[in-house]
Ligand binder design. Structure first.
Ligand code: NAI
Length: 397
């Protein structure tokens, strides 16, 4: 069957397996040009099938020759359903990584669950492996309550007053006016529960108690600060509260790992990039399009893999760590330069209508959105039938 892009409200409802294969190949190829660095030997990535978790996994596997364990929540192909992009990313990651001569393991299931934590710990014990780096890179819409089993959902809402704004409808190539409602207290608490740091700390402590962490182990998670361009929907909204909580747990993980393993807990403030989680956030498509335009013009644009390579090579394992007064790693410093932010604001104001589609930054934003789901990849013949039945026999390892 032929597979054509299917998008609803800026969310892909399908993926192209052969496009995902080409995408993963391109990320490995890109990483092969980056410099090697002395890093961790064994890395556990929670949320490593796409976005920041995937790019972290690739640069650590390629440039630091690390072994990786990845936990992700992805859907397999079934009948006419293609499966999610992350499903194929896991499979094709393994195929590319075969050439590295290192060990890579995938667990597909719910990272929030106790059974998944247990499964990972058992595998590490069986292999007699101790972890040097834990990356917590989940972007989740819901989390089951560990005690009650109730499914709690996160929301992307404003706090206090509703916020009016515009976003890009990618499938229709149009601008949509939107009002982002004000969250109730319950919605704020629920978003903190899903996207905050409690589960991260739980992972770290359980791994430590199971004695599968190495001396000097590091744990890192990714936050976003942004600027007044996107503050109302991001840092001052429900997701911002969850990030405050993540950062608070980061401090407590830091204290814990320092005492237990002479290790450290880290928060990296990362830049805005195109991922399935970010595109879905109202206004972010506008912001990222104009940000691409401005950062490229000033020669400070980085791809997602470059960004994570610089994070680990320079700031986590290297000697060029930039931290703010709260101890957070500020790898987002190019995006946050005042003159860059000012220019993004001016451009957003001038182009806050259909003119946005004239910008190269917007074209790049749209292309990347298709590419992370396996479409628009050079060299892939999208008119060809895809043998989904055969591909469905491939399993993550
Ligand atoms: P993404 O949507 O590309 O990746 C999310 C990952 O979480 C996937 O591997 C997915 O399978 C996994 N996941 C979700 N629910 C799960 C569950 N219940 N069990 C196991 N795995 C699950 O998201 P993205 O954007 O890479 O986000 C990762 C982190 O980076 C998030 O904390 C996000 O806030 C942060 N971040 C993202 C930025 C961006 O611009 N995309 C900027 C700064 C920080």
């Amino acid at each position: 069957m032929q597979i054509k892009p299917s998008i609803r409200s800026n969310i892909f409802t399908n993926s192209h397996p052969l496009g995902c294969q080409a995408y993963i190949h391109s990320l490995f190829k890109e990483a092969s040009f980056f410099s090697p660095f002395e890093g961790p030997k064994n890395v556990l990535i929670i949320g490593g099938s796409s976005g920041y978790g995937l790019s972290s996994r690739i640069t650590l596997a390629v440039n630091a020759k690390a072994n990786t364990w990845n936990v992700s929540f992805e859907s397999r192909p079934k009948g006419e359903r293609t499966g999610s992009a992350g499903w194929w990313n896991n499979i094709f990651f393994q195929q590319e990584a075969d050439r590295l001569g290192t060990y890579h393991k995938d667990f597909v299931g719910d990272a929030f669950s106790q059974s998944m934590k247990q499964e990972v710990i058992e595998n590490l014990k069986e292999k007699n492996v101790k972890i040097d780096l834990i990356i917590y890179s989940l972007a989740a819409g819901a989390r089951s309550h560990p005690q009650t089993g109730e499914l709690v959902r996160s929301t992307l809402k404003a706090i206090g007053e509703p916020v009016e704004g515009k976003t890009i409808d990618i499938a229709e190539r149009s601008i949509k006016e939107l009002v982002v409602g004000a969250a109730s207290e319950q919605e704020i608490q629920d978003t903190i529960f899903v996207m905050g740091g409690e589960d991260w700390e739980d992972w770290v402590k359980q791994l430590s108690q199971a004695e599968v962490l190495n001396e000097g182990v590091k744990a890192i998670s990714y936050t976003y600060i942004g600027s007044k361009n996107n503050a109302k929907i991001y840092r001052e909204g429900t997701i911002g509260r969850a990030k405050d909580d993540l950062e608070k747990h980061g401090k407590s993980i830091d204290d814990y790992l320092k005492k237990s393993h002479h290790g450290e807990g880290l928060i990296s403030v990362s830049k805005a990039v195109v991922t399935k989680a970010s595109v879905f956030i109202p206004r972010i498509p506008f912001y990222v399009s104009t940000m691409f335009e401005v950062m490229k013009k000033h020669g400070v644009h980085e791809t997602i893999t470059q960004h994570k390579h610089r994070l680990f090579a320079d700031m986590v394992y290297g000697s060029k760590r930039l931290v703010d007064d709260q101890g957070r790693i500020r790898i987002d410093h190019y995006e946050m330069q005042p003159d860059i932010q000012k220019e993004i604001q001016t451009l957003s104001d001038a182009y806050e209508n259909e003119k946005i589609f004239q910008l190269e930054g917007t074209q790049q934003f749209i292309d990347e959105f298709y590419q992370i789901n396996g479409f628009y990849l050079p060299g892939v013949d999208y008119e060809q039938d895809v043998d989904l039945e055969h591909l469905a026999t491939l399993e993550p390892r």
